[in-house]
Write a protein that binds this ligand. Structure first.
Ligand code: SAM
Length: 307
């Protein structure tokens, strides 16, 4: 069994993106457990700090004897870190050193162990740390910023929730390109459509800045007539547009998904809109409904649906 150590911003989104990519996942506080290997998945997950293989779990009082029995595979030397563990890292390091005959190296260890303290202790070995540098891609750091773009971490999670493993990713309301940047950076052929050519020009500039490309087309996506397999969209909710007009756009866009979706669509929308009902009306099924609190006046909701 493997475990992901997640950020606490949106723990249920973190769990859902892991489950979508790796299979049934169970969350305990800031850990998500999966019966599959999470190796390398930390390179694409948004809300995961690092992934680990669980070597064993035991009660605190059995830690020393279990460490003694464990067949440690250490290339040269090792380091132990802990999170919320009642036993400190130096003590666990001593147990492992005695059992394995290998030395501790705090700076450049060949093997990195982690002990998570819960009701039981989980003794794990690190697969890898998430170094996706989302902060560097925030709107304010882009050459063509735009206020309606979401945080890159959230954008990455939305792409992951489509479950894409190969094929094309589509954002039918791509704005300045936040979702497209994340899908292209993890290697997917990406396409964006938007009504507004000024925003398409911004998307082009932003994609170029991060060294990736996407096909960009000007058009009204409510009229799209082509199959969509992996799509994510952030419905507009700007000031200056009435709720009634926005609702009309939502209805038309989701009806379009009902006609064209062959796989999974991830739709982000403001809390006041009843998007799940529109999704069901369009003949789609709901896999998850999730929430991403924005500020006092706005919680963004996410519905993951499939044909
Ligand atoms: C919230 S923004 C999208 C942000 C974008 N997903 C990102 O990651 O940066 C919503 C976008 O929907 C576009 N839009 C609204 N109605 C549309 C329609 N019928 N067809 C295509 N784009 C539309 C707007 O021009 C706006 O750029």
């Amino acid at each position: 069994m493997d475990v992901a150590w997640i950020y606490q911003d949106f723990p249920e989104i973190a769990r859902a993106e892991i489950e979508t990519l790796a299979g049934k996942a169970k969350r305990e506080d800031d850990l998500v457990f999966v019966d599959a290997s999470l190796k390398n998945l930390e390179k694409r997950l948004a809300f995961t700090k690092a992934t680990y293989k669980i070597l064993f779990s035991c009660k605190e009082e059995d830690l020393e004897s279990t460490c003694k029995k464990h067949p440690w595979k250490i290339t040269k030397d090792f380091r132990v870190s802990t999170s919320k563990s009642p036993v400190d890292a130096a003590k666990i390091g001593h147990f492992i050193k005695t059992a394995s005959g290998k030395q501790v190296n705090l700076h450049t260890p060949t093997n990195h162990f982690m002990v998570f303290g819960r009701d039981r202790l989980y003794v794990c070995e690190l697969h890898g740390v998430n170094d996706s540098q989302f902060e560097k891609r925030r709107g304010k750091h882009r050459p063509a910023p735009h206020p309606t773009t979401m945080h890159p971490k959230l954008a990455r999670a939305l792409v992951n929730l489509t479950g894409i493993k190969k094929g094309k990713f589509t954002d039918p309301m791509c704005g300045s390109g936040g979702l497209l940047i994340e899908s292209a950076l993890i290697g997917f052929s990406s396409e964006g459509i938007d009504l507004d050519s000024r925003l398409l020009a911004k998307a082009k500039q932003n994609l170029q800045y991060f060294g990736v490309t996407a096909t960009l087309t000007k058009g009204d996506s409510t009229q799209l007539k082509k199959k969509l397999k992996h799509t994510a969209l952030d419905l507009p909710y700007g000031r200056g547009t009435t709720k009634k007009d926005l609702e009309k756009t939502y209805q038309a866009m989701i009806a379009m998904l009902g006609r064209n979706l062959t796989g999974t669509a991830v739709i982000m929308y403001p809390h006041w809109a009843d998007v799940p009902t529109l999704v069901k009306k369009a003949g789609l099924s709901v896999r998850y409904t999730l929430e991403a609190y924005s500020h006092r006046l706005l919680t963004r909701k996410i519905v993951v649906c499939y044909a």
